[in-house]
Design a protein around this ligand. Structure first.
Ligand code: PLP
Ligand code: COI
Length: 351
């Protein structure tokens, strides 16, 4: 018997553990921008390394933005996206902040649909898995001066992925950071750009060393108000109301957050988008008024939080178990995303 090596990229087999963002598909999308010419040369090519000048501006000054969305397998071979127009819009808001030329929203969505369609056999079907889609734009000019670039590259890569947190729907522990900050008023907090994540790593490392999965940031001015988690927005159920930090320019306007707030209102909950001080949260946890806490995000979906640590205090929430609202939101959101539930909002887009 010959042992035959097959030199082609094959989708992972069902049942194979995927992790998050480690496996990539066979193709990728690319499009160039040249000042004076605009965006041009949209193309799909085999997934491969790219070549950049060592002087490429993105490598030095971080002129870069990205997005994150998912493709979900439907019942009859259909493939769904979830509100990709919102990613296109947010991508352009990030572009504006980082002085990157915007991409027409319909072109962004067309590019996502095209690459997903081409690699649709890579969409995993095991429970809890999906195809993570990562569009991003980088400044490529070989120039060491600090200035907006004249040349950019827009790419989309795809990664069959499992749960973002290894614990899946098991509640995570979150560290409320009181030393470092992520964003300040007038900064880039609302934009999805690499710098916001680079500056978060030191606190994340501290949290990990102490056994916590993620960091919950406080505002950068007074270090008093709750902002968001490293890779998700945060929501609380306090005395029966759903409460979440208001979009103040320093947190990411999450598409999952927006969808969850709509679902909560339609489930009959009173929803408050407002400033929440960490003192109020600690008090609510002490008194038992803090009934549930969960993160919302594309990668994280609905991620129940079972434990919050602030300074020397560790607050257990819901006996470390997923709460009923978090569970209901997870079921409804994923039901719509996977095409198992009706979509009265028109959020699901067929590829
Ligand atoms: N906040 C941060 C910092 C994120 O990285 C993410 C993930 O994209 C979110 C919030 C949630 O945003 P969305 O629901 O659009 O994925
Ligand atoms: C997403 O949820 O799409 C994100 O971008 C989170 C990421 C930083 C992993």
């Amino acid at each position: 018997m010959l042992d035959i090596t097959v030199n082609s990229v094959m989708p992972p087999k069902a049942g194979q553990p995927l992790g998050f963002g480690r496996v990539f598909t066979e193709h990728m999308f690319m499009m160039d921008y040249t000042r004076g010419q605009g965006w041009h040369d949209a193309r799909v090519v085999p997934y491969q390394n790219i070549s950049l000048s060592p002087a490429a501006m993105v490598l030095h000054y971080g002129q870069e933005i990205f997005e994150g969305l998912k493709a979900y397998p439907g019942e009859n071979g259909e493939v769904y996206l979830f509100r990709p127009d919102m990613n296109a819009k947010r991508s352009n808001q990030s572009c504006e902040r980082l002085v990157i030329p915007p991409i027409p929203e319909e072109d962004f969505v067309q590019a996502v649909k095209t690459i997903v369609d081409i690699d649709r056999k890579w969409i995993p079907t095991d429970p809890g898995t999906s195809l993570y889609i990562r569009p991003f734009i980088i400044a490529t000019d070989p120039f060491l001066g600090v200035a907006p670039g004249s040349n950019y590259l827009f790419m989309i890569i795809l990664s069959p992925s499992g749960a973002y947190y290894e614990s899946g729907l098991e509640p995570v522990g979150i560290w409320i950071e009181d030393e470092y900050v992520r964003a300040v008023r007038g900064g880039m907090g609302f934009a999805k750009c690499g710098g916001n994540y680079a500056c978060s790593l030191i606190a994340q490392q501290k949290a990990h060393d102490d056994g916590y999965s993620q960091v919950l940031w406080l505002d950068g001015v007074e270090r008093k108000y709750i902002e968001e988690v490293g890779a998700m927005n945060i929501c609380f159920k306090i005395s029966g109301k759903i409460v979440t930090p208001v979009l103040n320019g320093s947190i990411l306007p999450g598409i999952t957050r927006n969808s969850v707030l709509t679902l909560c209102r339609d489930m009959g909950y009173e929803v408050e988008e407002r400033r929440i001080s960490v003192d109020e949260l600690v008090e609510a946890a002490r008194s038992g008024a803090l009934e549930e806490c969960f993160g919302t995000g594309t990668a994280a979906v609905i991620s129940p939080v079972g434990k919050l640590r602030y300074k020397d205090e560790v607050m257990e929430i819901g006996g470390g178990k997923i709460g009923p609202v978090s569970q209901k939101l997870y079921d409804t959101l994923t039901g719509i995303q996977w095409g198992k539930l009706d979509d009265p909002y028109g959020w699901r887009v067929t590829v």
